[in-house]
Every structure is written in structure tokens, then in C-alpha cells.
Design a protein around this ligand. Sequence first.
Ligand code: ARG
Length: 577
Amino acid sequence: MADPQEVLAQRVQSAIGAAFGPEHAETDPVIRPSQFADYQANAALALAKRLGRKPREAAAEIVERLDVGDVCREVEISGPGFINLTLRDEWIAAQAQALLSDARLGVPVQERQNIPIDYSAPNVAKEMHVAHLRTTVVGDALARTLEFLGHNVVRQNHIGDWGTPFGMLIEHLLDVGEDSEEAQQLKTDPNTFYQAARAKFDSDEEFSARARKRVVSLQAGDPETLRIWQGLIELSKAYFNRVYSTLDVTLTDADLAGESMYNDMLEEVCRELEDKGLAVTSEGALCVFLDGFTGREGKPVPLIVRKSDGGYGYATTDLATIKYRVAELKADRVLYVVGAPQNLHFRMVWETARLAGWIPDGVEPVHVQIGNVLGSDGKILRTRSGKPLKLMELLDEAVQRAGAVVEENRPDLDAETRAGIARQVGIGAVKYADLSVSHDTEYVFDFDRMLALTGNTGPYLQYAQARLRSIFRKGGADPAAPAGTIAIGQPAERDLALALLGFGPAVALVGDELAPHRLCGYLFDLAQTLTAFYEHCPVLAADTPEQRDSRLALCAAALRILVQGLDLLGVQAPEQM
Ligand code: ARG
């Protein structure tokens, strides 16, 4: 099965070479979707300029040498020199047919890269918030998609499991008892535990002195302190895993690579930076000053790698992450799916790492910036009472609301089946809302909109595939083994077949641009094309058995693409809705 745009690009390119000589054989043919044909090739315009020719003349020379008889029904020069290309119905049908027997549904296998992806990264003994939700959902979609494209994805869940707060957390855990109910609270409601520790730390001097001493023992590797610390991590892990399984996210304990993992590297990181003359002591702290990073009044902003008290911070750890991921994980690309406000941090860390020689040419760290999720007031999403939102409560509400919709639409189903669908739809809606807009833009969290059955929403796409499944159920046909041969009669059949061929390129684009919303956009367009198709082309009530089978074959391909596409996004596909 072939991507039409690529086939046309190759053909036009060789025509350019034949027309203007080998020195132009590499010219980008600039194939774009067209309003007047399926595609247009725009290369003649730039080429003509370079050659000092009239664009229409250059276009004519290309067309004269263009060999697309098997692919195109019509080739036409229009406007200032566009080449309009209209595909043959038989060619489209044959490609769609080939798609049906392609396990990859036209998705290319890309040249394998090692790609560590840093995502989710919540903090131990703290509630996950909506920003963590979004990096989790976007990171997981990227991990799934890049894996499907053939890459070696290494999930890195950089949890916040180290630092000064652990002094007070450990002391508080000892105070309440490691086996107490309060301790168990960390599994469900970490914030309450954290705030209790914090309150004592702020008001009780004896406690805060103990907490500070405890930090020192933790950093010194005192075995008993480490044991209690490990207990905190275990309790938090239970909380994270509950969120991940509710969200149907692929992260497991094996993917944990928290801040503490880098402890042993930090001293060496600082020493190397000093040896290379990159880090200098300033007001007692070890700092890196980088060109181009200045704050107010042009004052240089330091990247602090060792505080004046000898402690290491977030920046030092991230210097270690890039070093480790390049040297040990042999990364070709490193993705950090983290909130947009941390962009300055990453730029400074990577600039430092580059100067230190830890990021060789050809290796590319990328900050996949995550935009804020806002409430209807345009501010960071909070509860109505103004408190930070509890993630599990948010997800529960989504499922509950979806349940109300399912109950209304499907009173015929039993309660258990309805509850299962509600879970898939509610969670799918929340995840899809995070994915369908560009990851770096802000968006307003709105239950009504994300749960709507119309528009670019999770439920709309889930419904589109459920409707296809029901056609197969009603027709007693097996979508896994469609019998028919795809033939194109109606324009709506042609549109659908052509839309199916766009899946592979759409998935490849997500991998190249790290932009899951591109796949959402593609799937949404496909679902709309399907709606138009049903309107004009009855499937089970087709005119002839051949037509019925052909349409069922188109439906089978569409169903597989929708299910696969949703799976790459991490959104489930209910059997019925
Ligand atoms: N734990 C951090 C936070 O909650 C995110 C960590 C992101 N990853 C990293 N390598 N810095 O903001």
C-alpha cells in the first residue's frame, strides 16, 4: 500500500530531473492537497525563478515528462503554474485493498532510534495535579506512537523522590507510625499527609530540628533512614499506580527513574564542570554562567549546581539525566515531556551539558512543552473552593458524567456493561481533551465539551468505531476478514478510501513533530468522512452483494484504523456505545 503523496512526489521529482537535468533532480516537488484536484505539485514556481523561466512553461516541461498514467486520471496546469493531479479511482481502490492485508495499516517503520521519554514525573507524597495528568497522557501517547513507528522507547518516570522535604516526611511518618492509617493515606490522599508534615515543620521547633537532622542522615546514606524513605516511596508508588491504571497508561514500576537514582553522579557532574572551567564559585555556591541568559537589568542568571550548604538541586539532577540518557541509554533523541514553565531550566541545563561535551552532535534533547490546563475562569484549574484539584476525584467525576450519558442513551444494556462503557468514555474523554490540542497550548478544562458526542472529542471517535462494529454485528460479517473487493462508484466511497490512505502519513507525522494532536485531527476527519459515507452509501442495504461487500471492506479498514489510532493515543475503543 502506498502513500499517494509520496508516490506523486517521486514521480514529479523524476520528471523534474528529466526536464532540467540531474542538478535539479533533488528538487522538492512540493505536493500539497488541492482544492481543485486531489493534490497539486507547486515545484514549478520556485524552479522557474531559479532557471529564469516562466512558471507555466516550467510546469509544462515537467508535465511533458511526467509518468503517472497508472496513478492519475488527470494532470492539469492551473493558475501561475500549479500542476493539479487527480488520482484514478482504480488506483485508490487498489491501495485501499492493499491496506486491508497490511498489519501496519500503512504506517511506515522508521529508522530505529533509542528514545528515552521523560514523562509523568509526579512528586512523592504529593497529589498529582492536572499538569502531571497532561504530561502523563501526552508522554504516553508519544511513547506508544514512537514504539509503533519502530523506535526503541525507554520510559523514564523522573519522580520527585529526593530532597529536603524528605526530612520532614520521614519524621512525620515515624511520628504517626509506619503501619498507621495516616501512613496508608499516602496511597489515596498524599496531600493530607504532606500538609500535616508541613504544618508541624512550620510550627514545631523540635520537629523541624529533627527533620533537618534527618535530611543529613538521608544524604549520608544512613541505612535506617533509607529504609523509612523507601517505605514512603512504596506508599507513593501505590498511589501513582492507581492513577496509571485508572488512566490506562503504560508506565510500570520498571520505568521509575526518579531523582534519587542520580545521587551518585552529582558530585562527579560538579567536578567535571569545575575541571572544564564551566562552573565557578559565586557567593559560596557553585554556578554556571551562560552567555545569553540574563535576567532583569542584564544581570547574568546563574545555573546553580551546588548550593552554598553543599546540597545539590533540581538542575544538577537534570544535568545527570541528560548525561545518563546519552551515555548509558545511547539516546538518539531525548524527550522531556514537562510543563512549559520549565523551559528556561532545560535550555540552561542542556547548554551547560553541551559545553561540557555530554551531548554529542546528532543527539537532540527536546522539551515537549506542556501547556497549562485552565478552569472556566481562565486560571489554573482548581476546585470550586479554590483548593488544588484531586486528580482521582476529577477522573471519578468524568466517569460519573459519562455514566449518566450512557444510561440515557443505552437503557437496554445491563448496569455492569454500562459501567464499563462509562469508564472507557469518561477516561477517554479526559485523555483525548489533553491530546487533541497542540501540547504546548493552554486549554480550558470543560467536562461538557470533552464529553460531547459531536466535535473533535474522544466520545465522538469512540462512537464512530462503535457504529462500525454495530454494522458488522447487524450484518453478521467479520471485520477481521472482509470478503469483498473494494470498488469505487460513489464520490463518498472515493473520499473514504482516500482518507484511509492518510493514516500512515498521519502517524509518521506524530513521530516527526512529536504532536499527537495531528493524529487526533486525522481521526476526526476520518470520522466525518465516514458520516458522509453512510449518508450516501447504504452498507448493509447496498444495491448488489458486490457493492455491499466492497463497502463492508471499506468499513473494516476504517474500523481497524480508528481502533489502532485510538490505541496509539491511549484511548480505549468500546465494543458498543
Ligand atoms: N517532578 C517534576 C515536577 O513535578 C517534573 C520532573 C520532570 N522531569 C525532569 N527531568 N526534570 O515538576
